[in-house]
Write a protein that binds this ligand. Structure first.
Ligand SMILES: Nc1ncnc2c1ncn2[C@@H]1O[C@H](COP(=O)(O)OP(=O)(O)OP(=O)(O)O)[C@@H](O)[C@H]1O
Length: 669
């Protein structure tokens, strides 16, 4: 037990010396007084040094890292990093730190001075997908908050080098494609772990679909699933993601001779209404809650709108109705209060479109981007902002900063000019590249076909029937016959394949790194312009289709589930005749289902296989792979099935084991 004297505070003047100083009656000190004094001095100076170090360290310690799930209950909004910070973190984008390559550009590992590890995606100016992905990623990053989604920590851009950068939380075990099929991580050779990965992914997709409005990922595939330290899976890459929007009817009154200002008003009203139509319903949650908006920039938009030239604005829902809240930056449009409702009016230099509702299929992409650029220029704060905003405070802040806002505007418009010029240039490049890719792939494919024709006519037929059989996703024969079915046209093939072919031609796809493609001709991960071959649902392949729904993700999940269980790519051609009927994983699974031999599909290298669970996974996958989107289960149902909480519905008849021949044959008399 310590004595009272020891616990009592030491005299203020010599705190340490007194505690370290020898007691007057100590013999040793009497014998060695110089030694004791030296010891005390050394101790004192050591203490001083340590306390100075401690003070420095505690002052310099960085704030809790953004995106760290363990420390923050809600993810921080993406923040802007300076280019030099990211350059330093990645050792000047050293090849040593290269993690992978996608259609967007190269991804590097980075470490901030505080020790936080990140992944930095760099969009090179040559990128085919870059800008769209960049916009989408930022938008969804601001909104999505789930442990099953890879968090985007921030972004940056470098004017000089014309680069856009995105910063993600580092996923230590890379992407699933690589871990499962290339590196063959021992951890993934255990059934339980693999099953957990399947459940994690289902949870992630279910989360996206459960949002209001639902988010459709649009490119679910193993290379877009990343694995953290503990091999739990998170969904990444929202470059092709979109919001599912309900159709909203718009009635526009017949055009009138208004001229002058009225006509202009009318024009803006129509545009306004169009933007509302794309916004559709129930999206109140998507207002960048974490981004600082002044209160006057909030527009309330009802679910259904009738634009009228008389009013010049879209009539709005009553305050009682659940209204959609759209945040618009001050530069984007002037807002005005009218009849108790907030409305948005078009300013001269700026339009008030809600860029982030616009998806590539139904709007002029150029215009969409203007808004992104404006947003980037004005709305994303360098400093993080609290997730809930006090509008009164925000208003006061806006008033006090009116003088600085002009400077900001100038800065923003400079940025915007730069972005626009970049965009124009990239658009041209994209077109040329797409044409080149198509031509290249056409030639390549024709060459391959004619070779095969010469070699083996019989085999060719089997191959065709395998490809075109029951999954409907591939259309070699249609192409050959010159069929122009919209459902799975040559365009889709070209689009789907060109990405990977292109990047492989350049020799920089992460698939090509392993060299496995060369051996097996497997096609598994295709950085693509619209979905990924083999993973894209048949209806998703239809360029003109408006059928894109959550069920597209369900289909892709079905393919991914088969890949997980079988430990192979969805399309693998080894060339040998016996392998041809297995070439297409989906067709093979269906065939095995008909034969009642689903177990044959399970990866033979797996350990601790729970066969019942594995077969359940294949059956769930087959449910997901049904051609009609309505027949496919929802992701919620998929999760329940995987967890054994609901029983599996009957497999579609075409997958049921064939009835014995006796019962089928008609008895002849
Ligand atoms: N946060 C991250 N942590 C660890 N590795 C990452 C991270 N983000 C990306 N990577 C690695 O970089 C690779 C490329 O990523 P990216 O998202 O650009 O391309 P992709 O999804 O493979 O292709 P695409 O976007 O063209 O479909 C990934 O496959 C992965 O290996």
């Amino acid at each position: 037990m310590p004595s009272r004297a020891m616990l009592a505070p030491a005299p203020a003047t010599l705190p340490i010396v007194s505690s370290l100083a020898p007691a007057p009656l100590d013999r040793t000190t009497r014998v060695f007084p110089p030694l004791a004094a030296a010891g005390a001095g050394a101790g004192f100076s050591l203490f001083i040094t340590l306390s100075v170090c401690f003070c420095k360290f505690s002052r310099k310690r960085p704030p809790p890292p953004a995106g760290d799930d363990s420390t923050s209950p809600r993810r921080q909004p993406p923040r802007e990093f300076s280019y030099s910070t990211l350059r330093r973190a990645t050792a000047s984008f050293s090849p040593v730190n290269r993690l992978g390559q996608g259609g967007f550009g190269v991804v590097f590992r980075g470490t901030f001075s505080g020790g936080k590890n990140v992944a930095v995606k760099v969009m090179d100016s040559e990128s085919l997908q870059g800008e769209g992905e960049f916009q989408n990623e930022l938008f969804f990053a601001a909104k999505l908050d789930s442990p099953r989604v890879v968090p985007v920590i921030g972004f940056s851009h470098d004017r000089k080098r014309r680069r856009l950068l995105l910063v993600y939380q580092l996923m230590d075990n890379g992407n699933l494609q690589d871990a499962l099929l290339h590196r063959r991580c021992p951890e993934l050779m255990d059934w339980n772990r693999r099953f957990m990965v399947a459940v994690n992914i289902a949870e992630g997709i279910e989360h996206l679909h459960s949002l209001e409005p639902p988010v459709i990922h649009g490119d679910i595939k193993p290379s877009n699933v990343l694995l953290d330290k503990l091999f739990s899976a998170k969904i990444a890459d929202f470059g092709l993601a979109r919001l599912k929007l309900d159709q909203v009817e718009i009635t526009v009154a017949p055009e009138r001779d208004g001229g002058g200002e009225k006509a202009e008003d009318y024009g803006s009203a129509v545009e306004e209404a169009e933007s509302v139509m794309t916004a559709a319903t129930g999206c109140e949650d998507f207002n960048f809650g974490s981004v600082d908006h002044p209160p006057e920039s909030v527009a309330r938009v009802p679910g259904s709108v009738t634009a009228s030239p008389e009013t010049g604005v879209a009539p709005l829902a009553s305050p009682e109705t659940t209204a959609t809240v759209i945040s618009v930056s001050p530069e984007m449009g002037e807002s005005e209060k009218e009849g108790g409702n907030m409305i948005t009016r078009k300013g001269k230099e700026s339009e008030s479109k809600d860029w982030w509702w616009k998806q590539e299929s139904n709007v002029d992409r150029g215009k969409v981007k203007d808004y992104v650029m404006q947003w980037i220029g004005s709305e994303v704060k360098k400093q993080r902002v609290p997730s809930s905003i006090d509008w009164n405070e925000a208003m006061a802040a806006t008033a006090s900063s009116s003088s600085s806002s002009k400077k900001l505007e100038k800065k923003s418009s400079k940025r915007l000019d730069w972005w626009l010029s970049l965009e124009e240039e990239n658009e041209k490049k994209k077109k040329t590249k797409r044409r080149m890719v198509r031509e290249w792939w056409k030639d390549e494919y024709r060459r391959e076909l004619s070779k095969k024709k010469k070699k083996q006519k019989k085999k060719k037929k089997t191959l065709e029937s395998d490809f075109c059989s029951d999954d409907g996703s591939s259309s070699v024969s249609q192409w050959r016959r010159g069929g122009n079915s919209k459902g799975s046209s040559i365009d889709w093939w070209l689009d789907g394949l060109s990405g990977e072919r292109w990047s492989r031609a350049r020799g920089n796809s992460h698939d090509s790194v392993s060299g496995e493609i060369g051996k097996s001709c497997g096609i598994s991960s295709t950085p693509s312009m619209r979905g990924t071959v083999c993973y894209a649902a048949p209806e998703y392949c239809n360029v003109d289709s408006n059928n894109v729904s959550e069920k597209c993700d369900v289909y892709s999940y079905g393919v991914l589930l088969l890949v997980l269980v079988s430990g192979r790519r969805p399309l693998e051609m080894t060339g040998s005749a016996s392998e041809i009927q297995r070439a297409n994983l989906m067709s093979w699974a269906r065939k095995l289902a008909r034969r009642g031999k689903l177990v044959d599909l399970v990866d033979t290298k797996l350990q601790n296989v729970n066969q019942e669970q594995a077969v359940l996974c294949i059956k769930v996958a087959l449910q997901c792979l049904q051609r009609l989107p309505v027949s496919r289960p929802s992701m919620k149902e998929v999760l329940l099935m995987l967890n054994g909480e609901v029983s599996l519905p009957e497999l579609p008849t075409e997958f049921s084991p064939s009835p014995p021949l006796k019962t089928v044959r008609k008895q002849r008399r």
